[in-house]
Design a binder for this molecule. Structure first.
Ligand SMILES: Nc1nc(=O)c2c([nH]1)NC[C@@H]1CN(c3ccc(C(=O)N[C@@H](CCC(=O)O)C(=O)O)cc3)CN21
Ligand SMILES: CC(C)C(=O)C(=O)O
Ligand SMILES: [Mg+2]
Length: 275
């Protein structure tokens, strides 16, 4: 007998099980109201460390902290009811040792209630991913263009040379074997993304990695046309919200200056007294 009518969020295992059945739909979410709007349409909501650039105006994701990821993870959890919620581990919170990675991943799970964590890296992170997954932390991997490596590599698309492609292939296989429940492939040429997707047991979720991946993810503010500081080739605007916001602010400013806002319907008057 069912004891709850509340719809439960998708588990990492349910995400894995979508491979071979239908494409995985994923977007980033950083706040409760946006999570509420996106949740009905997504299998996976990613609290991405891209929020450092999108929300905080940082130059890169390198300055994002555990405290910031926890605050936004908590916010997204308040808005999500059916999608699997995955929180990015920020730069410096997992690279030092598998013990450091577990300590910080456990904080994310305990303090936000999220379903899984994501971390960037290939073969060098395989031992850490195996350590976490065997201890109850579902891990999403992330290979190809890795934004936390910006100081080492910049934001170049990946897999153009045979040597580069072979390394990314080995990296993806290593974290697949380590037990990642899904693997983000970012900014990677199509033939390589296709080859990796066909070889891995985990589903691949592409961002700038061709339609051959087992799912797709985009930064929500990018696809809504809200974030326009830069536009990677892989970003499609499914809406143009930035001009709508500018126009609304302009209309508001004009009404305030003309004293036509607030009109009577937006103004309190004293209630009639009975005595
Ligand atoms: N708003 C936003 N969207 C993102 O996709 C995103 C972030 N922020 N912040 C974190 C990283 C940074 N990302 C980026 C940033 C720049 C490019 C970029 O300019 N790429 C060039 C590649 C040129 C090439 O080597 O082929 C491009 O033209 O797309 C790509 C990904 C992806 N992530
Ligand atoms: C774009 C995705 C994959 C990400 O890592 C982020 O938003 O931080
Ligand atoms: Mg990220």
């Amino acid at each position: 007998m069912s004891t709850s009518t509340r719809p439960k969020r998708m588990s990492p295992a349910a995400i894995t099980a979508l491979k071979g059945n239908r494409p995985i739909v994923s977007l980033t979410a950083y706040t409760a109201p946006m999570a509420r709007l996106l949740d009905p349409h997504c299998d996976l909501l990613l609290v991405g460390d891209s929020l450092g650039m999108v929300l905080y105006g940082l130059e890169s994701t390198v300055g994002v902290t555990m405290e910031i990821m926890i605050a936004h993870g908590q916010a997204v959890m308040r808005g999500a009811s059916q999608a699997c919620v995955v929180v990015d581990m920020p730069f410096g919170s997992y690279q030092e040792s598998k013990e450091q990675a577990f300590r910080n991943a456990a904080r994310l799970l305990k303090e936000t209630g999220c379903d899984a964590v994501k971390l960037e890296g290939g073969a060098e992170m395989a031992e850490t991913i195996a350590f976490l997954t065997s201890r109850g932390v579902p891990v999403c991997g992330h290979v190809g263009l890795m934004p936390q490596q910006v100081n080492a590599t910049g934001y170049r698309s990946q897999g153009h040379t045979e040597k580069e492609a072979e390394k990314i292939h080995r990296d993806a296989l290593a974290i697949d074997e380590a037990g990642a429940f899904a693997i983000v492939i970012e900014g990677t040429v199509e033939p390589l993304a296709r080859e990796i997707s066909s070889k891995l047991s985990a589903p691949t979720i592409g961002i700038g990695a061709s339609p051959a991946c087992d799912g797709q993810v985009l930064v929500s503010d990018d696809m809504l046309g809200l974030f326009n500081e830069f536009k990677p080739r892989f970003v499609k605007h499914f809406a143009e919200l930035a001009p709508l916001i500018s126009e609304a602010a302009q209309a508001y400013a004009a009404e305030v200056k003309a004293r036509t806002f607030p009109g009577p319907e937006y103004t309190f008057q004293p209630r009639a007294r009975k005595d």
